[in-house]
Design a binder for this molecule. Structure first.
Ligand code: SF4
Length: 433
């Protein structure tokens, strides 16, 4: 049977999708990219905010239409199913099997029953990369022990369960053997890693071990500001392969709102941590995420946030307008903000960030960076590449590279920056790395 996959949501969900794809490695199935040709389609959903839920519903409805043609079995998994299993079963009769996250270990049996064919692989033991062979995510833990008042993730994914260091290193080794050159370490909160298992933050111990494997780049995502301790930075500085890339969602720039969000730390602590990072890494690339329009936000608290953004000068910034999620603490808070106001503030924040990035990009002209080639765009006759300054999740700016000679996808080259365009850089290939 021809089988196709759709993975919605974040990198953590993508790792789950890749573990599910591996279950279908069997002569009975054949992977097919053209979904219209597929007899089996599996959608791995996200469901943590309104836009993600809407995307999940739209995708299920759109794919269910394929049942009029080739599609015989439609399977839906992921956060949206975990959160709304009962409603899913009622609303989508076209779906043949719903699998919530907690049932993933039972997937081989559930699929065997559905297809009347025995699935032999164990979930999590035969991961197959979905997109490229040279970059992959390493999910070092599941769930989250924090209780940010706006966030539904702990309700969906449960408390933090760190995978032992040796398991993570073994998984990284397999990825390396399969050709991965860039390893991206992910979790809901990577800096919390190990606390549930070892009684202390163990990210520094893990990266010390990962750094022994000959990847070209190791990148750490999703760090919680107050858990970035000096000994972690010292370990990162000692590592040969760990990039000076810091993805630190700060969420807001005013202490009262941070408290309402149930975030630990203060604006001053955020500033101190960023100063500490810059003390150790002159070229630190710092990315953050912010929420605009949280309950009780005022013009003043929003101005405080803009002030912090300007003062810190984040290299990359993603923002969401606050989406009230049922069963979270913030859902029932009074002082909810009108959508129009949220949108206006969002646009103001992003306009400020665009100006910050423009100045940063200007300062990068003339510099040379190692860049990983991702694809060729014939329309512009340029290659699309990422330096240490962009994670593979499409949030950061990229480099459009001009080259007289043909470049290899998945290889590293030295690229000199000779211009910029909005959030992106323009460059010329100088030599292979
Ligand atoms: S750290 Fe906060 S925002 Fe992130 S997953 Fe955990 S509870 Fe949600």
């Amino acid at each position: 049977m021809k089988v196709g996959f759709i993975s919605l949501g974040c990198a953590k969900n993508l790792v789950d999708s890749e573990n599910i794809i591996g279950l279908f490695e069997d002569p009975f199935f054949e992977y097919e990219y053209d979904l219209k040709q597929c007899e089996v389609i599996l959608i791995n959903t996200c469901g943590f905010i309104l836009s993600a839920k809407e995307e999940a519903i739209d995708t299920i409805l759109e794919i269910a239409e394929y049942k009029k043609d080739n599609l015989k079995k439609l399977i839906v998994t992921g956060c949206f199913v975990q959160r709304y299993l009962k409603e899913c079963r009622e609303e989508f009769p076209e779906v043949d099997l719903f699998v919530p996250i907690e049932d993933y270990p039972k997937l081989p049996e559930l699929l065997s029953d559905l297809f009347g064919h025995r699935f032999l692989h164990t979930y999590g033991k035969n991961r197959k990369l979905a997109n490229s062979s040279y970059t992959a995510y390493l999910k070092i833990s599941d769930g989250c022990d924090n209780r940010c008042s706006y966030c539904a993730i702990p309700l969906i994914r449960g408390n933090c369960r760190s995978h032992p260091i040796e398991d993570n290193v073994a998984q990284a080794g397999q990825l390396l053997d399969s050709g991965v050159k860039e390893l991206n370490v992910v979790a809901q909160d990577t800096t919390y890693y190990g606390h549930d298992l070892y009684g202390h933050f163990a990210l520094k111990d893990l990266i010390r071990e990962l750094d022994k494997l000959p990847f070209t780049w190791i990148r750490i995502l999703y760090m919680y500001p107050d858990e970035i301790e000096e000994d972690l930075l010292q370990q990162m500085a000692r590592c040969k392969r760990v990039l000076p890339y810091f993805d630190i969602p700060i969420q807001y720039g005013n202490d009262e709102i941070l408290k309402l969000m149930n975030r630990r730390g203060s604006v001053q602590l955020i500033k101190d941590k960023i100063a500490l990072i810059r003390k150790y890494f002159k070229d630190a690339y710092i990315r953050t995420t912010l929420i605009v329009g949280f309950p009780h936000e005022t013009d003043q608290t929003f101005e405080d946030t803009l002030k912090l953004v300007e003062e810190v000068g984040f290299d990359s910034l993603g923002a969401f307008t606050y989406s009230p999620e049922e069963d979270t603490k913030a859902y029932d808070m009074d002082g909810q903000i009108e959508e129009e106001v949220k949108q206006e503030r969002y646009e103001k924040l992003m306009a400020l960030q665009q100006e910050i990035v423009r100045k940063k990009n200007e300062s990068r002209v003339g510099r040379t960076y190692t860049a990983l080639i991702e694809r060729y765009e014939s329309l512009f006759d340029r290659y699309v590449a990422r330096s240490y300054m962009s994670a593979p999740d499409g949030i950061d700016g990229i480099i459009y590279v001009k080259s007289d000679e043909e470049l290899k996808i998945g290889e590293f080259y030295e690229v000199e920056i000779n211009g910029y365009q909005n959030y992106d850089l323009l460059g010329i290939m100088k030599k292979k790395r």
